[in-house]
Design a protein around this ligand. Structure first.
Ligand code: FAD
Length: 407
């Protein structure tokens, strides 16, 4: 029988929690994973729908820089479980990986389900016990973990706990951020949740939305303030979404929150100079309509022509030079950012100042925390999963270390 002193509870069955469970079990600890949903890794599976961008192949220095202000506390943790280690781990679970365009790393299967299945099999074989439909509601007066379950309230008194409860985006997949109350009650410092990697709101005309919602703006350059991102945007009924927009969304959120201007500029042909665009347009047939000229001479897609008309209305220039200028900088007025319910990730959460170097919650010794519930923010590109895995491992190692110190 395991000594009760080596029992660890992991709360949250996403990438961070499962990685913590694997690390703990590998050291011979007795591990119970508690998850409020009826199944594990729902958000991980959802990430798999987009191909499962596990990590990124750029240098570790560039990689760590993506975490902005959190690069200091996360740097060592990411170095200890870096993108190479994550790829090796996936490959050991039978999921070969490859480097896709722009350096992103994906499993060859381009989905999460085979990886999750193999991983759960490994955890099961290591003796990890899973308790589904166990919704952690905080600590009782005597320090016990309390869970609401379909069979009523359940308590647990592990020697250590790893919290891996996720952030507050896409709450229907399990992570609601409701855990913040229990941590606030014990005095842990929290940063308010905010959407991250989310779409932006624009007031399209009903006609534009009806015709183009869902249409991609491919290989465009998006500029907000001083920052320009090359990538893709998708027209949504509420505004714009997609990788290029997500990359700018943090800056846009901050600018709008402080009363700044919400003006996005879209360069529909970033690889062509204004002069070249204008010369091509001059070569058009005199009798052609404007749309036909744009389509034939510049191969503009219907959504791109629609966007030009939406943005400039009757003021859309007719001259080749004026049109070329418009194509290089289509203005879109942003009225806000999409909410937490559809954001890819969330900013805010448990502040690093409330954690020690082992990721133990200072206000609650024996409790460690990992994953997106910590206060870091990163773009899409594999950074979210990499940090979730790496902090899950680090929190588990922290717990192992702490338990060993106490004998
Ligand atoms: C549509 C979409 C696509 C994405 N694509 C990518 C991608 O390609 N690459 C990438 O790097 N990242 C991607 N992400 C982000 C990535 O999925 C998350 O960053 C990652 O899942 C965070 O892991 P986590 O373990 O910290 O949290 P989560 O995966 O959210 O897991 C937390 C778990 O804790 C459980 N939980 C919460 N509260 C309680 C409670 N009180 N009691 C018990 N259990 C609880 C939740 O049910 C959940 O299962 C995507 C996210 C979305 C929504």
């Amino acid at each position: 029988m395991n000594s009760p002193k080596r029992d660890v509870a992991v709360i949250g069955g996403g990438p961070a929690g499962l990685m913590a469970a694997e690390t703990l079990a590998a050291q011979g600890l007795s591990v119970d994973v508690y998850e409020r949903m009826p199944s594990l890794g729902r958000r991980f599976l959802m990430a798999g729908r987009g191909g499962l961008n596990l990590t990124h192949s750029e240098s570790l220095t560039d990689f760590v820089a993506r975490y902005g202000e959190a690069r200091d506390p996360l740097g060592g943790i990411l170095a200890a479980f870096d993108p190479q280690a994550l790829r090796a781990w996936a490959e050991a679970l039978g999921q070969d990986t490859f480097v896709g365009s722009s350096g992103r790393v994906f499993p060859r299967a381009l989905k999460a389900s085979p990886l999750l299945r193999a991983w759960l099999g490994r955890l099961d074989a290591a003796g990890v016990r899973f308790h589904l439909r166990h919704d952690w509601s905080g600590w009782g007066a005597d320090g016990a973990l309390r869970f609401a379950t379909p069979a009523g309230e359940v308590e647990a008194r592990p020697a250590a706990t790893v919290l891996a409860l996720g952030g507050a985006s896409w709450p229907r997949l399990g992570a609601t951020g409701a855990w913040a109350d229990a941590l606030r009650d014990v005095g842990a410092p929290l940063a308010p949740f905010a959407p991250a990697n989310m779409g932006v709101l624009a007031q399209w005309s009903p006609d534009f939305t009806a015709r183009f919602a869902g249409a991609p703006l491919k290989a465009v350059a998006l500029t907000f303030g001083e920052q320009t991102i090359r990538g893709e945007a998708l027209v949504a009924a509420y505004g714009l979404e997609g990788g290029g927009i997500y990359a700018l969304s943090g800056d846009i959120r901050r600018a709008l929150a402080t009363g700044g201007q919400g003006q996005l500029r879209i360069d529909l042909r970033p690889d062509m100079r204004r002069g070249d665009l204008a010369s091509r347009l001059i070569g058009g047939r005199a009798g052609d309509s404007l749309s036909n000229r744009l389509r034939k001479m510049l191969k503009l897609a219907p959504v791109e022509i629609g966007l030009l008309r939406e943005a400039f209305g009757a003021g859309l220039p007719r001259s080749p030079v004026g049109l070329a200028e418009a194509i290089k900088a289509v203005p879109v007025s942003l009225t806000g950012v999409a909410g937490l319910d559809r954001a890819i990730s969330s900013a805010g959460g448990l502040r690093f100042e409330g954690l020690d170097e082992r990721l133990m919650v200072k206000a609650r010794p024996s409790v460690f925390a990992a994953g997106e519930m910590l206060d870091w923010e990163a773009p899409t590109g594999g950074y979210l999963l990499q940090a979730s895995f790496a902090t899950g491992r680090a929190a588990a190692l922290g717990a192992i270390d702490w338990l060993a110190e106490r004998g």
